[in-house]
Design a protein around this ligand. Structure first.
Ligand code: GLN
Length: 484
């Protein structure tokens, strides 16, 4: 049987069609490996063994009957715990949803089911996707597969760690301010945050609706293109889903030409190479720039002048939306009902017991910035700043097609290092947050050869940010970087 460690979607698809192995055999091999490896990593909250076996058997039958099988038929995936799979637990790693069973499939799940994929289990995350280390999960710690004393990043840390530790071929995560790209960079996986409106949010537990997007973790950029092609599409069930998501760009995504890639102009923004960016990360990103340049593309220095306001802007807009989205968890429709004397007492007790510290902090912040008297000073102002940040990108894209930046200011940090200092935790998303504010697509790709820290090799990522609907540009450039 094929060893799991270098198994990509592409390779496994070829192996399945060549009947080198069955999806069921591989699915069982993944479960055996998860049993061995996951006690240390802690990527999965629970496994969907029955569902996975049923899905693998169905895929094997389809392949045996030579029913035309798509690239994802029979491929084992891990799913972040805030994406609904009908009949399975989904808790967003929160105590308030500990016993919640999803009543329907998220649109992305329905699409992957149709494509014949296998769902191995649900992965750990920061509670309601709020965090950068997966330490705010109510249930367990996830460790970085490259160094167990370090975090995997977050909030989709479980999905990143599952792919990096070969406990799934690919995974789904969600990205509101960097939660796919940052953990991908920390764990050495490829992570794609698609254009806002290109992948349906229906069935994704909302954190901040104007920023959230679902996207894939994969081992290669080629696989990220395969996943994105499967996930994208207009969805009437999501009011912010765009009809443009149905444009046929499969060929550009899956078979980029070198000629096209070479015609791309790549911008390097001065504001991303600042104090606070660790010199060893700057060095690795410079290496990536040199490799990209060697493909024959033009590299230009550019400026995104409002970058320094992005973090403050995000920490007003995001909590405002969080405070509103998390209102529904009130102990009646969701949550274990605490014994209470009155309705308001019930709300108070249930939310007090059900939410963790970070969720409470953001609900308070968000309620404050939306409250009368403060709305104009904070929320309305932040919306204007958001506009300026988006405008910066629009201006830059008059000169370039793709923007290349670091993903994180440092490599994966130590477990516990930032838990008592939320501001330093928030800073780890400084390079990813502007992208969500502007609704752009971006991908985190591991720089070749990691960084040696304390005798361990830690991965470092670089980020390619595309124009709206420019996934083919960043995935094309990434695929050629990968081939170097
Ligand atoms: N780490 C960021 C935050 O805490 C981003 C989270 C995310 O993208 N879901 O909000």
């Amino acid at each position: 049987m094929h060893p799991l460690h270098d198994l990509t979607i592409k390779k496994m698809h070829d192996g399945l069609l060549a009947k080198e192995y069955s999806s069921l055999e591989m699915t069982q091999a993944f479960f055996a490996w998860i049993e061995k490896r996951d006690p240390e990593v802690g990527a999965y909250l629970s496994l969907h063994k029955d569902l996975a076996v049923r899905q693998a058997e169905a895929a094997d039958i389809a392949i045996a009957q030579d029913t035309p099988a798509g690239m994802l038929a029979g491929i084992p995936l891990a799913i972040k715990d805030n994406i609904l799979i009908e009949g399975e637990r989904a808790s967003a790693a929160s105590k308030i949803l500990e016993n919640y069973t999803a009543a329907y499939d998220a649109t992305v799940i329905a699409k992957l089911k149709k494509a014949g994929s296998v769902f191995l289990g649900r992965t750990n995350m920061d509670e309601f996707a709020m965090g950068s280390s997966t330490e705010s999960s109510a249930f367990q710690l996830t460790r970085n597969p490259h160094d167990p004393t370090r975090v995997p990043g977050g909030s989709s840390g479980g999905s990143a760690a599952a792919v990096a530790a070969h406990m799934a071929v690919a995974a789904l995560g969600s990205d509101t301010g960097g939660s796919i790209r940052q953990p991908a960079a920390f764990c050495g996986a490829v992570g794609l945050k698609p254009t806002y409106g290109s992948v349906s949010r229906f069935g994704l537990m909302a954190m901040a609706s104007s920023l959230d997007q679902i996207g894939p973790f994969t081992k290669t950029v080629e696989d990220a293109a395969i996943m994105y092609q499967a996930l994208r599409g207009h969805d009437p069930m999501d009011a912010t889903s765009s009809p443009r998501a149905n444009d046929d760009i499969a060929d550009a995504l899956l078979h980029p030409t070198l000629e096209r890639v070479r015609s791309l102009r790549v911008g390097i923004p001065d504001e991303y190479f600042i104090e606070g960016l660790a010199p060893e990360i700057a060095q690795k990103v410079e290496e990536a720039i040199a490799s990209i340049k060697s493909l024959g593309v033009e590299i230009k220095r550019i400026s995104l002048p409002h970058t320094k306001y992005a973090l403050s802007c995000y920490y007003i807009v995001m909590p405002a939306e969080v405070s509103s989205n998390l209102e529904r968890f009130e102990g009646i429709r969701y949550g274990s009902r605490e014994h209470a004397a009155s309705l308001s007492d019930l709300y108070r007790k249930d939310r007090e017991a059900g939410f963790g510290t970070e969720s409470k902090r953001r609900i308070l912040l968000g309620t404050f910035v939306l409250s009368s008297g403060y709305y104009d000073a904070y929320y309305a102002k932040a919306q204007k700043v958001r506009r300026l940040i988006a405008q910066d990108f629009a201006n830059a894209y008059k000169e370039v097609d793709v923007i290349l930046t670091p993903v994180t200011p440092t490599p994966a940090f130590k477990i516990g290092e930032k838990m008592s200092d939320p501001l330093s935790m928030y800073l780890s998303d400084i390079f990813t947050i502007p992208v969500n504010l502007a609704g752009l697509p971006a991908i985190s790709i591991p720089v070749k050869g990691g960084l040696s820290v304390d005798g361990k090799t830690l991965p470092v990522g670089f980020q390619l940010i595309g124009k709206h609907w420019g996934e083919a540009d960043i995935l094309g450039l990434g695929q050629y970087y990968e081939k170097l």
